[in-house]
Write a protein that binds this ligand. Structure first.
Ligand SMILES: [Zn+2]
Length: 487
């Protein structure tokens, strides 16, 4: 019987923080500036300069720690991590080593079937980014030090992840928390969020971990999932063939969809960590941490659960709406603006957002605030359908006319005379005219071709120029056709 293997995965995530200035100097952190413009003697590592800690780096790190249920260390220190890179002018990176500011937390992930799992957080520490080497030019290797000294937090998970899918969900959850806290823009393509994965496999039912490899260069959600899947399969193949996995650093190559060896894995002691003598210990008071805790916003997963219970939304809808905090806010504003609040209209608001509004956002690559439709306008549209003034079909027709204006649906309906006829008396007269005018079809219907009901209702809509309330018309027509016995 073949051995079944189980993957053991831990993620190391670097998040670039949205502070206005760098971690240890006053240089701006703006992305896309001309090369080497955002630099000064401190971040260029000139002799005789001293780093000064950016207080926002500490605030952001603690906020992330609190949002992920970490303990916060009252006193933590910085350390120098020594290595040589062309884009690391000092020859070391200021980081934290033995006493990271946040430790022992967890993040809850929710699977598609709504089962949840906790992924432990080992630590969150503060550090600075290196610069950027640019190799892919004909000229030579170029170095841009704008990024040198930009503040990062590194979030290290416990090896609690058991599949590529779980890794994806965990990363997605962390990204959502960072964005909700407004401390990182979460943009993987621009490198504001970077992910390395430690992957090993072991026979199912055994305790000891297998030898792990570290997979780097995972610059999109898709790549994270694919690279981990690939690496799991590769390791199992090695073991099945009687070989052993070598501990090394791998690089994901999105072009060939495979991992390649980058270098043998370095160990912590290779970096010769030692205490940073130029920065005092970071002290945070219990009272201050308590204040920060109180100021945390409602996070995505809690909001999703509340949307489910408060508005009766399906998990799918709630998940999509809360994934973008602006969209979630928009939804609640629209719901607040409804004149006919009910689970039905709450769902209708969601339907419009998930179809028309997300479509516009996707096509124009914009946020919900730029769509040109206020939450109140959307509520007005849902309301005129809910109270029977217009049909859903008419609503779809006038939707484009609301976008880019400040008009409410009722105004357009009135101006164009779109109010649908729900008056039973008026519709009944039309129904009996149509029944008299189509004796053949009436007979066929009564003989069992009940599909002809659609034809008859269509005739009513036609006769009223599309303004008949289709539900009322259907009821009246069915009554007329079924009510009288066949001759
Ligand atoms: Zn600087």
């Amino acid at each position: 019987m073949p051995t079944a293997y189980e993957p053991v995965i831990g993620l190391e995530i670097h998040a670039q923080l949205k502070t206005a200035s760098k971690a240890f100097c006053a240089c701006p952190t703006t992305f896309g500036a001309k090369p080497n413009v955002n630099t000064c003697p401190i971040c260029l590592g000139h002799p005789g300069t001293l780093p000064v800690l950016n207080a926002n780096l500490v605030t952001f790190a603690v906020r992330m720690g609190l949002a992920t249920h970490c303990s916060i260390r009252p006193v933590s220190t910085f350390a120098r991590k020594n290595y040589f890179y062309a884009d690391l002018p000092k020859g070391y990176q200021i980081s934290q080593y033995e006493d990271p500011i946040c430790y022992q937390g967890f993040v809850e992930i929710e699977q598609e079937d709504e089962t949840t799992k906790r992924i432990g957080i080992t630590r969150i520490h503060m550090e600075e980014d290196s610069g950027k080497s640019i190799h892919d030019l004909d000229i030579d290797t170029l170095v841009d030090l704008n990024r040198a000294g930009v503040p990062l937090i590194e979030i290290v998970s416990e090896p609690d992840i058991r599949s590529a899918r779980e890794a994806y969900l965990y990363l997605q959850q962390l990204r959502q928390i960072l964005i909700y806290l407004d401390i990182c823009d979460g943009n993987m393509e621009e490198g504001s969020l970077r992910c390395d994965a430690n992957v090993s496999v072991r026979p199912v039912g055994t305790e000891p971990f297998g030898t792990k490899t570290e997979v780097k260069n995972l610059n999109s959600f898709r790549n994270v999932e694919k690279a981990i899947e690939y690496e799991i399969a590769r390791q199992i193949e090695v073991l099945e063939a009687g070989g052993s996995v070598v501990q090394q650093t791998m690089m994901w190559d999105a072009g060939t969809q495979s991992t390649k060896v980058m270098r043998s894995k370095e160990m912590a002691h290779d970096y010769r960590y030692f205490p940073e003598p130029d920065l005092p210990p970071v002290e945070v008071s219990e009272a201050w941490v308590g204040e920060l805790g109180k100021s945390l916003p409602e996070l995505g997963l809690d909001k999703k659960r509340r949307f489910r219970s408060q508005y009766g939304l399906p998990a799918y809808d709630a998940g999509i709406l809360v994934d973008d905090v602006e969209l979630a806010h928009y939804y609640e504003q629209a719901v607040k603006g409804l004149k006919n609040p009910s689970n039905d209209t709450f769902k209708q608001v969601s339907n419009w957002m998930m179809t028309e509004i997300l479509r516009i956002m996707g096509e124009r690559k914009i946020g919900v605030s730029e769509v040109g439709l206020s939450p109140l306008q959307l509520a007005s549209l849902v309301d005129v359908v809910a109270d029977g003034t217009i049909s859903n079909k008419t609503a779809k027709e006038i939707f484009p006319d609301l976008v880019g204006t400040e008009r409410l649906a009722g105004e357009i309906v009135e101006e164009r005379g779109l109010v649908q006829v729900s008056d039973v008396g008026a519709l009944r007269a039309i129904v009996s005219e149509i029944v008299s005018a189509n004796p053949d079809n009436v007979q066929k219907y009564r003989e069992g071709k009940t599909k002809l009901l659609g034809f008859f209702v269509g005739q009513v809509l036609k006769a009223t120029g599309g303004s008949a309330n289709p539900n009322v018309a259907t009821d009246l027509m069915r009554e007329a056709l079924d009510g009288q016995p066949a001759e």
